[in-house]
Design a protein around this ligand. Structure first.
Ligand SMILES: [Zn+2]
Length: 118
């Protein structure tokens, strides 16, 4: 993602649109970006991902909600495991999921969400 776009998004999302917090780090929330996407998440549960191609995903779930339901049938953990199996024909174990750092898990969920939007 271009630096100018990241600066623009940093300005836009410096303050969490849901709870007004401007804190990142120490479990308060964070900002992550790489060449494909920009993520702002907050301890209140707010999370938005903006992809390079303009697609935006706003989610109600975050990592602390791994075992809460994200739809009628699945918890976030089920969603990760089932989606991964569907797309990669491979299984992720609970141990693997539990060991992932917050940003890595966020990336994984975003990636799977993104595959579903295609
Ligand atoms: Zn917030």
């Amino acid at each position: 993602m271009k630096a100018m776009k990241v600066i623009e998004l940093n300005n836009k999302y410096a303050i969490c649109p849901k709870c007004g917090s401007d804190k990142v780090g120490n479990g308060e929330g964070g900002i992550y970006n790489d060449e494909y996407k920009y993520i702002r998440y907050c301890k209140c549960g707010y999370k938005i991902t903006i992809f390079e191609n303009g697609i935006e995903l706003e989610e109600k779930t975050n990592i602390s909600q791994l075992d809460k339901k994200v739809n009628q049938e699945e918890t976030l953990r089920d969603f990760i495991k089932n989606s991964y199996k569907d797309f990669y024909e491979d299984e992720l174990t609970d141990e693997y999921i539990d060991r992932l750092a917050e940003v890595k898990l966020t990336e994984l969920v975003d990636h799977l969400d993104y595959l579903w939007t295609k």
